[in-house]
Design a protein around this ligand. Structure first.
Ligand SMILES: O=C(O)CCC(=O)C(=O)O
Ligand SMILES: [Fe+2]
Length: 211
């Protein structure tokens, strides 16, 4: 897969910039909010190269499993879900999970445990409007933290039941955290793009029994 790297990424090692003081919170309606931390992960293009390799060197990407995502049946993308006990495919992802757990410990009251990974190969790959509502997130406030690497894609959100959507362009190490009631009262999507779009990987960190 071809990936056009940004100049900054080429000189950066894979690592994490600080969270404290660098996060911007946006309050949405009905108790939902998002936190944004652009460029949280450094060396994002290097990490993309590592993770996009198949087999033992990278991630054993799998086609979307219909029975797990009944609300997303027709959406093409590749997936790998890491349960809490599994070793993540790169040490920086373990660091990222720890940093997020530490940063949000007071507000979330529990650590992030699982890591879902999605590979959008080009603009035809996408995910339809949905909330992550499997498990406790169907009834309780929670958080889903997403790190994006590779080429930026539009991350869209809209209120359940209608209303104006909001859009953020996420790639190259950007962090978004959806919090409060966001999985119940808002929906999110990665819309298809008709422009020539390179591949993007998203890594979603969630607490236990949230999916
Ligand atoms: O790729 C993304 O940023 C969103 C992924 C997502 O919403 C999901 O897998 O539940
Ligand atoms: Fe989602």
């Amino acid at each position: 897969m071809a990936l056009q790297g940004s100049l900054l990424d080429q000189i950066d090692d894979v690592g994490l910039r600080p969270l404290v003081g660098a996060i911007r919170r946006v309050e949405l309606t009905r108790g939902a909010w998002i936190d944004l931390r652009p460029g949280w992960l450094t060396g994002a293009d290097e990490l993309f190269s590592r993770l996009s390799l198949g087999g033992s060197a990278g991630v054993d990407w799998q086609g979307e499993r219909r029975q797990m995502y009944d609300r997303e049946v027709a959406t093409p993308r590749l997936l790998r879900f890491y349960h809490a006990h599994e070793t993540l495919p790169d040490p920086v992802l373990t660091q990222a999970r720890s940093a997020l757990s530490a940063h949000y410990r007071g507000e979330l009251g529990e650590p992030f445990t699982t890591a879902g990974m999605c590979l959008y190969r080009d603009g035809r790959d996408s995910v339809a409007w949905h909330g992550d509502r499997i498990g406790r997130s169907n009834t309780h406030d929670t958080m889903v933290a997403i790190v994006s690497i590779g080429q930026p894609r539009t991350f869209a959100m809209r209120p359940v039941g209608g209303g104006a959507s909001i859009r953020h362009t996420l790639g190259h190490g950007d962090l978004i955290v959806m919090g409060g009631s966001a999985q119940r009262t808002w929906e999110h999507a990665i819309p298809k793009s008709s422009k020539a779009t390179g591949p993007r990987i998203s890594i979603q960190f969630r607490p236990y029994d949230v999916r």
